[in-house]
Design a protein around this ligand. Structure first.
Ligand SMILES: [Zn+2]
Length: 184
């Protein structure tokens, strides 16, 4: 009698096929599990040339302080970096000691340009792109005992907002760091 094992083998094969289909469906959908960085599903080569915004990302709220990466690597992990690398990269230091470098776009560079943004308690809305170990800052809040304050740079003359310390894009006059209380 061989029908028993044959049936069993057939059932196992069917289960494996179903599992493979489920994994395929999950990778096509591109939806990452909440609360973690997706690691499955390498992107096809054709997608590599697409703009970054089309790649899968998760939006998360994170808290911590932004610090120079070289200083924090030394302080937290006793890792010494090259002198030339000092104060070139900023990272979010989370309360549990993770160092998460920031994408050096306007929002991320703002921390390198203005020391008032570093070493203060922050909450940030960030994007985490699949396959990229850097955070992209979308919104920035300062955390104070009484609540959150959205941070930007403001020109009182033109009444426009900017996300990095610089002269006003409109009148070239001075801008000021603005902290606006938010309801949350
Ligand atoms: Zn202006």
């Amino acid at each position: 009698m061989t029908s028993g094992p044959l049936v069993l083998r057939g059932t196992v094969s069917l289960l494996l096929v179903l599992l493979a289909l489920a994994l395929l469906a999950a990778s096509i959908s591109g939806v990452a599990p909440t609360g973690s960085i997706a690691t499955e599903g390498a992107k096809p080569a054709a997608e590599a040339s697409l703009p970054a915004a089309t790649h899968p990302y998760q939006t998360e709220t994170v808290r911590g302080k932004v610090v120079w990466l070289d200083e924090a690597l030394k302080r937290l992990y006793n890792v010494t970096t090259e002198g030339d690398a000092a104060e070139t990269i900023v990272a979010l230091e989370t309360p549990d000691g993770q160092l998460l470098p920031l994408v050096p776009d306007t929002r991320g560079r703002a921390f390198a340009v203005d020391q008032r943004l570093r070493n203060i308690d922050l909450e940030m809305l960030v994007r985490r792109y699949q396959g990229v170990p850097l955070l992209q800052v979308i919104r920035l809040y300062r955390v104070k005992p009484e609540g959150l304050y959205e941070i930007d740079y403001w020109c009182d003359t033109c009444a426009i907002s900017m996300f990095i310390l610089k002269a006003c894009e409109c009148c070239q006059g001075p801008t000021r760091l603005r902290e606006t209380p938010v309801e949350k």
